[in-house]
Design a protein. Structure first.
Length: 237
């Protein structure tokens, strides 16, 4: 009897421990199920947001969504690489050979980061001017009315839109620094009194600047070198 009495509490303790362990494992399973459900809803919500963003982008930039309101190829919101921003993308020189008409009429003209350049014409004497096309996010440098260079740009978006009209280069500053945004704007060419100009910067294939016209380094250096003060710059839709 004495041994039975002393062992009985141990048996009860073991049953109690097993019950607590069962409760703990059941609680852990419930917690894992709850986490899985939350993850599923989060993924669904993210998918909905992405679709809505894609539709909004298609409405603003129809060229990205030729049909069905969605891009026909991978998203075109692509940040140009450091090499491309310096004028030499992975794989070679950022210059496309051939005649300008073929380059301009190519199916990827609206999305390419490439630059078309006629160095002989670009470096020749003559009346120079620049056209910036906001819709295509491209710019052209003309010499005596002929295209000497066609290059990608990144212009203003939203409330920081790039103004349209006829402007002239009033200042050239190789080492310009913005006192508003506190950032470097190399090879800056001022167009307006409130700070809008052309300069080296990150180039996307959609508007993304605070109003200035960002240009790849190689193209901007050529413009800075060849365009004199007073050069006409036409910014149009």
């Amino acid at each position: 009897m004495r041994r039975f009495d002393t062992e009985k509490p141990d048996i009860e303790h073991r049953h109690h421990a097993l019950g607590e362990r069962h409760k703990t494992s059941s609680g852990a399973r419930c917690l894992l199920q709850l986490v899985a459900i939350c993850g599923f809803f989060a993924m669904s919500l993210n998918s909905c947001i992405s679709d809505q963003q894609m539709q909004n982008r298609a409405a603003i930039y129809p060229a990205y969504a030729p049909q069905y309101g969605r891009p026909s190829s991978p998203p075109r919101i692509v940040r140009v690489s450091e090499a491309a921003r310096n004028g030499i993308p992975p794989g070679g020189e950022d210059v496309v050979p051939g005649d300008y008409a073929s380059f301009r009429n190519s199916i990827d003209y609206r999305t390419t980061f490439s630059t078309w350049r006629d160095d002989t014409l670009l470096n020749s004497d003559g009346q120079k001017s620049v056209v910036i096309e906001l819709g295509n996010q491209r710019g052209q440098c003309f010499v005596n009315g002929a295209v000497a260079m066609d290059f990608p740009v990144c212009t203003g978006s939203g409330k920081h839109h790039t103004p349209t009209g006829i402007f002239h280069i009033t200042q050239k500053d190789r080492d310009h620094r913005s006192n508003l945004y506190h950032c470097d704007m190399p090879y800056f060419m001022r167009l307006t009194g409130d700070g809008i100009g052309m300069h080296v910067g990150d180039v996307f294939r959609v508007p993304a600047s605070h109003g200035c016209i960002r240009i790849t380094r190689a193209a901007c250096m050529d413009l800075f070198r060849t365009l004199p003060h007073g050069t006409e710059v036409c910014i149009r839709d």
